[in-house]
Each structure stands twice: as C-alpha cells, then as structure tokens.
Design a protein around this ligand. Sequence first.
Ligand SMILES: Cc1cc2nc3c(=O)[nH]c(=O)nc-3n(C[C@H](O)[C@H](O)[C@H](O)COP(=O)(O)OP(=O)(O)OC[C@H]3O[C@@H](n4cnc5c(N)ncnc54)[C@H](O)[C@@H]3O)c2cc1C
Length: 420
Amino acid sequence: MTKDRPLSHFDIVVIGGGPAGMMAAGRAAELGAKVVLIEKNETLGKKLLISGKGRCNFTHNEFDIRKFAEKFGRNGRFLYSALALFGAREVINFFESRGVKGKAEQGDRIFPEKGNAQDILNVLVKYLAEGKVNILFNSEVTGFKQEKGKISQVLLRDRQISADKFIICAGGKAYPQTGSTGNGYQWAEQLGQTVIAPVPALNPVKTSEDWVKELQGLSLKNVSLKLFQNGKKQDERFGEMLFTHFGVSGPIVMDMSKNIGALLKNGPVKLILDLKPALDFKKVDKRIQRDWGKFRGRMFKNLLKGLLPLSMIPVIIKLSGIEPEKQVDHITRDERNKLVHLLKELELTPTGLLGFKWSVITSGGIALKEVNPNTMGSKRIENLYFAGEILDLDGPSGGYNLQECWSTGYLAGESAAKRH
Ligand SMILES: Cc1cc2nc3c(=O)[nH]c(=O)nc-3n(C[C@H](O)[C@H](O)[C@H](O)COP(=O)(O)OP(=O)(O)OC[C@H]3O[C@@H](n4cnc5c(N)ncnc54)[C@H](O)[C@@H]3O)c2cc1C
C-alpha cells in the first residue's frame, strides 16, 4: 500500500484493542497495510481476558454457517459472508496453528486447551507484532475529521492521526469497567450512521421474591425456565441457572434476559421454573407418594432430600405452607398438590435487568442496513468500516459473540487492506 506518505500517515487506523480490533488490525497488516491500533486502556483485550470467567469460550463447535448465523436471530444473515471467510473452523485453525488448541466442552463451547484466556490474547499480540502494527495505548479517541464525504483524521485527546481507512471496533456498552463505554455509537451518529438504541443482553435478572436471597449461590442444572406475559408463553429454555442475592442469573436466564427486558417495557412478566422437567405433574406426584409410602410416620421436612438441593428445602417448605414437622402420612392431597406445583411451576417475578454494568453483551448498535456485509464497509462513508460488538448483532452465550468479533474483524481488516 502507500509508501510515499509521511510517518504519521497510516493506511489503516483501527480503533479499539478488543477481539474485533486486534483481529482487524492483524489481518490488515498481514496483507501488507501500515496499521495503527488505538486503545484507550493501558493494555489490549481487557474484556477478552475476563471472558468465559477467564477461560475464554472463544467460539462454538458449529461449522454450518446458516446454523451459526441463526443464533443471532433475524440479523444473523448479515454474518454469512464474514462466517464464510473466517468462521468457527477457521478460527479454531487460526489459534491452533499458532500453538493454542481448542477444546470442546459441555454444549459444544470451545475453550483454549489450557483454559486460559491469556493464551488467546498472546496469540493476537504476536499476530499484531508479526504485522508490525503500531499500537497506541492510553490513547482515547474523541472523534473524527471529515473532508469531502470521507474521514481524513481520527482525533485523540492530544493529537490527530491521518489515514486512508478507518475501522471502528470500540465495542458496545456492556461491562464499561473494561473500557467499552459506548463511545463508538456517538461517533457513528455524528458521522451519519443510524444506531439502533443499545440495550443490555446476556444480563442477570432482578426478581421481587425475598426468598431468592436465601438461595444465593445455588446453581441448578437441567431445569426448564418459561417466560410468560399476559398468560402467553414468550420464551422457554432448558439448562443451567443460578440464584443470586438480587434474583437469577446463569446461562438460561442470561440468554432470556433480552426478551425479559423488552417485554417488561409493555407490562409485568412471570418466570416459571420447572425443577423436574423430565417428569410431568402426575409422575412427580406418584414419585412423592411412592417415597412417602416407604417412610410412614417420618416428618415432611426430612423427606425432601432426594427431590431438592439441600439449600432449597427450607424455602420450598415455607412456600408450601405445610407444617415442617407434620408426618408425611398426615399430609393432605391438596398439600401434596401444592408441593408438586412448586416443583413444577415455581414462580419468579422479574422486575428488571441488572443493567450494562454487568451485561455480557450489548443488543443494538450500528444499523446493519447501512453496512456492507461483504466488506464491513459503511454504505454512507466509503473509507469507514465497523466490526465486533458495536454492530447491531448479539448472540447467545456459548462462544457466538467472540466468533462474531473474529469474523467481522477479519473481514473488515481484509477489505480495508485491499484496494477496491
Ligand atoms: C464478563 C464477560 C464474559 C464474556 N465471556 C464471553 C465468552 O466466554 N465467549 C464469548 O463469545 N463472548 C464473551 N463475552 C462477550 C465478548 O467479550 C465481547 O463480545 C467482545 O469482547 C467484544 O469485542 P469487541 O472487540 O467488539 O469490543 P471490546 O472487547 O469491548 O473492545 C473494545 C475496545 O475499544 C476500546 N475503546 C472504547 N472506546 C474507545 C475510545 N474512545 N478510544 C480508544 N479506545 C476505545 C475499549 O477500551 C476496548 O478495549 C463476555 C463478555 C463479558 C463482559
């Protein structure tokens, strides 16, 4: 690319040293572009390092592009080209060929073999070094200078940098403590791009019931959770969830949180937890009768161990209204029905989401209709590109969101580096 420019002029400026920005800068440099990566933190990949609880679930074992894209809902089609160029298979190969093997865990989530996010970051840092990418740390972008319908400079607090092309990878608004404070949305709007209002997704959910506090820290596996509004089922998930001091969290709650947040805007919603999804009402009732039949004369409170996790027993006893020391053979049919109901349909009342501070991802962002899915280039400004979470794309937990960053980052870097 251009060799006759002054040193302060770059072929490509990449803004944001997260997964998308590092991949975009690395790929552009690999193709021969002179690249500068601008990051406001003192290090790269702050959020990447805490991803997957520090273990980094960096992609998902799904090589079918359509199936992968479907996970992003209606907007997923936008990802076809990016996934075709650099999908899950290519990402696994990318890291493996650089010494970090992927390992599939429960639910086909792919983690680095040694379970350390730092290994993923190290590969990217090396990739940037190989391409001789200039990295500016502690450098906060404040805006852009536009000339003749193109961007000519990126503005930092203390200087400007000019370049031919600009890739914005400044992330969303989730977990702002890592640097992702939503700055990119403001610039995009100033540059004439439409921004779909960002809202938290993959977010813990606050509930009104006092008893959830007593279950704080309890994780439930293989349960089903249904979301209702006005008596109509709106969503249903099966898997793992967690009780917290404010409400509920864990994979199935997080995956449902975007829908909960959206529905709450229209009115109250209910969550119905089924602790025994493999058994219907009748079977649960029969099992209880069978167990209790064997232990006539024993107290109710002592006969719930096989049915419930220990910490849940006092809560369910309280909610059932059954006297804890009542002999099981004296429990009435109505009382038993109440217990079965609690096991199959335990009600929780969401009051809101925990918000961006504890959100894993942002839903909303740069409107996809104004970005070319084959290049990640803006349809409004010819030398501007976007990649990563800043785009109006959000997937479920399981490595989908980082894959979106790798795919869109790689494609943006490649397109920006190529002469059109
Ligand atoms: C707790 C947690 C766990 C997660 N775990 C997983 C997981 O296991 N698997 C998965 O797929 N996804 C996971 N995610 C989501 C994933 O981390 C994000 O999708 C991903 O980091 C987004 O990458 P990005 O490059 O688009 O943005 P970011 O990672 O947010 O990076 C953006 C960068 O831009 C910089 N920046 C912002 N504004 C400016 C500015 N004005 N000037 C200069 N630089 C700026 C920021 O400092 C930041 O470094 C997790 C997220 C969180 C919060």
